[in-house]
Design a protein around this ligand. Structure first.
Ligand SMILES: [Fe+2]
Ligand SMILES: [Fe+2]
Length: 392
């Protein structure tokens, strides 16, 4: 298990590689842990470190030229020392944080599983988070936080799953590649799903740069996205990756439809193309996964592979459910806080969890929702994180 000291050494090394005031694309560091860090804070920072490990595999460039030589910046961000330091901790972090979450390989028949799963997911009648928002005065602030938390993945949508497409594994690879190029807008930049998502973020006055809200991601968000990266950055998970796609593409057809309707009702001026596009195209993606990936894989390798596909789908169900419950609990806690002030404020302050001791006069910015008093924040559920906005 990685110690707080080892994490702090790594964080300091990454921060020094990034230099002062790096653009979000190359800000590769994470928060230091104080000596008296509580368990929730340690867990959160470990997840930040693991996400940095995964992001190190991405080509990330800022949208404007930085000061100095771009090649010097690349040499620092993707330098051998930095990458080695990250890869040295990755396995230990995965074993501690993600492996315990994975569903055991199931023994059921995958064809029967698919026959049950698809109608189950397609009969979901509403989204509990959006249902909760409909009755709130400050729904826009909570929705902005939803966009911020989801941006951890969606501003580089399908880059995680792209890592499961490279290599050579026969005809299913080409089906997965066709799904991937849909995600990338068939090469038309304006249709790339991450670009559509940027437009939605801008509709809510948000910064649309990848990692622009790194400091506001809560633990639930990090768990979800690290689990997805764990699946796709480990080639041994290829069949579990297929299970992820089966579940995620099917669930997304419904959830994106509800988001498109929600935006049409409450924010008709917002750019909702991201959601409308998915409500339609993911129907095809599910069918491609079932017919062109699962069926030929099971035919080639037998029922053992079906068990892995089920395990991947069930892991996906578990991490989505956990994140959904976490975001709902956060919403309820914020609504119940008497000191709540809504809105996104500067969030450069110290990272805290509800268990972190802070001065009573301090205020805590919680995601993009708003700020509460330290006393109220102590009553927030585990998995919530915040940033001190006033000297504690
Ligand atoms: Fe997509
Ligand atoms: Fe899709």
């Amino acid at each position: 298990m990685l110690t707080a000291g080892a994490l702090n050494d790594l964080g300091a090394r990454l921060a020094s590689a990034a230099g002062p005031n790096p653009p979000p694309a190359w800000d590769g560091g994470f928060d230091p842990l104080p000596d008296d860090a509580d368990a929730g804070l340690i867990l959160h920072v470990k997840h930040l470190a693991l996400l940095r490990c995964y992001q190190a595999r991405y080509v990330l460039l800022p949208d404007a030229a930085p000061g100095g030589s771009v090649l010097d910046h690349l040499a620092a961000h993707y330098g051998e020392d930095r990458l080695r330091a990250l890869s040295n901790v990755r396995g230990a972090l995965e074993n501690e944080l993600i492996v315990p979450l994975q569903a055991e390989a199931a023994t059921g028949d995958v064809t029967a599983y698919v026959e049950r799963l698809l109608p189950e997911l397609r009969s979901v009648g509403s989204d509990p988070f959006l249902d909760a928002l409909a009755g709130l005065t400050h729904r826009e602030d909570h929705y902005r936080n939803f966009l911020v938390q989801s941006s951890a993945d969606l501003l580089a949508e399908a880059s995680a799953s792209a890592l499961g497409v490279i290599g050579e594994f026969g005809a299913p690879q080409s089906a997965l590649f066709r799904i991937l190029i849909d995600e990338f807008g068939y090469g038309a930049h304006g249709h790339k799903h991450s670009v559509l998502y940027q437009a939605t973020m801008r509709s809510f006055g948000l910064d649309d740069r990848y990692n622009g809200y790194w400091r506001l991601f809560d633990t639930h968000t990090l768990v979800l996205h690290n689990a997805i990266h764990w699946l796709f950055q480990n080639p041994r998970n290829i069949f579990r990756q297929v299970g992820f796609l089966l579940f995620a593409e099917t669930a997304y057809q419904r959830s994106t439809l509800f988001h498109a309707r929600y935006l049409g009702r409450f924010h008709p001026q917002a750019d909702a193309r991201y959601f409308a596009e998915h409500a339609h195209i993911d129907l095809h993606h599910t069918q491609m996964v079932v017919d062109e990936v699962i069926a030929p894989f099971v035919e080639r390798f037998g029922p053992e592979v079906g068990g892995e596909i089920i395990a991947g789908a069930e892991l996906t169900r578990a991490v989505f459910a956990r994140n959904g419950a976490g975001q709902l609990a956060l919403l309820a806690a914020f609504e119940a806080a008497p000191s709540a002030i809504y809105g996104l404020r500067p969030h450069g302050g110290r990272l805290v969890t509800p268990a972190t001791p802070v001065a009573p006069a301090a205020r805590v910015q919680v995601g993009a929702i708003g700020a509460v008093s330290a006393a109220d924040f102590h009553r927030f559920p585990a998995g919530a994180t915040g940033r001190l906005t006033e000297a504690a």
